[in-house]
Design a protein around this ligand. Structure first.
Ligand SMILES: NC(=O)c1ccc[n+]([C@@H]2O[C@H](COP(=O)([O-])OP(=O)(O)OC[C@H]3O[C@@H](n4cnc5c(N)ncnc54)[C@H](O)[C@@H]3O)[C@@H](O)[C@H]2O)c1
Length: 248
């Protein structure tokens, strides 16, 4: 890959996919956003345009200039035609967190994309080795885990499997950094769900639930205590609700 701007394919136009499409278009990439549901594409487009973290709000808050905002929806093509994904240099999968669905998706990607295309997953925690194993080209499969709200959060948790090539890692790190994210490359661990961020969060969330189950405090009190103690923007219980809804 010689150019610095790639054609980016995104699978799923939900909470994460629509945000990823927005961030990639702001960085100047052409984006093809595919979903099986037409209504998800309509909603995804609206989220980018007028959503709480969309481009119009960003302009109103002085976070984005008008010309860039105008270019975003021109750069993103919304489609239910799977074949459109075949022209992409990098595909970021953001379909629901279901291992069978993701494995089937990676098989389909291998049959559709060029041999050079990078296949990335925004899975919250499935093994990249398992997803790469669905293809015969594991060197171009990588984890690229984003956080919600995508336009705001700097997370770029890049997970490399044992077969992921240096070139694949370098390309994704470059694209993530150029889009204003903070890429950190970690190793895949096939025996656990969650890479680093969600694995550590899950441990903390389990302990928070034990505190509630023991009758020591309510979920609201646990949230407030942790926010007050560590200056976190959200607590362990409100975190789960916000991420699921895209913080609407
Ligand atoms: N929500 C979060 O905070 C968050 C954060 C990081 C990672 N993730 C991960 O991102 C992925 C997507 O999560 P989400 O919250 O955006 O889900 P979502 O339900 O909001 O969106 C998923 C979208 O995928 C579409 N879809 C379903 N099957 C499809 C298929 N075969 N091909 C293409 N599109 C398909 C659905 O129509 C829907 O629009 C999951 O793996 C999730 O674990 C989520």
């Amino acid at each position: 890959m010689t150019t610095s701007l790639e054609r980016i394919g995104i699978l799923g136009a939900g909470v994460m996919g629509s945000g990823i499409a927005q961030v990639m278009a702001i960085a100047g990439h052409e984006v093809t956003c595919y979903d099986i549901a037409e209504e998800a594409l309509v909603k995804g487009r609206e989220t980018i345009d007028t959503g709480r973290f969309g481009v119009r709000t960003a302009v109103a808050r002085g976070k984005l200039d008008q010309d860039t905002a105008d270019s975003v929806l021109e750069l993103v093509t919304f489609t239910t035609n799977w074949d459109d994904i075949g022209a992409c240099d990098v595909v970021i999968e953001a379909v629901p967190e279901n291992l069978e669905l993701k494995i089937a998706t990676f098989k389909k990607l291998e049959a559709t994309c060029s041999a050079e295309a990078i296949l990335a997953s925004n899975s919250s925690g499935f093994s990249i080795t398992a997803l790469a194993g669905a293809t015969s080209t594991p060197e171009r499969v990588i984890g690229w885990h984003w956080a919600s709200p995508v336009p705001v959060m700097k997370l770029a948790e890049i997970t490399r499997g044992p077969a992921t090539s240096d070139a694949t890692v370098e390309t994704i790190v470059r694209i993530a950094a150029a889009a204003g994210k903070n890429p950190i490359v970690i190793k895949d661990q096939p025996r656990t769900w969650g890479y680093v961020a969600n694995r550590v969060y899950a441990g903390m969330r389990r302990e928070a639930q034990r505190v509630v189950d023991e009758g020591i405090a309510t979920p609201e009190e646990v949230d407030a205590l942790l926010i007050d103690c560590f200056r976190w923007p959200t607590g362990p219980f409100s975190m789960g609700r916000g991420a699921g809804s895209g913080w609407k």
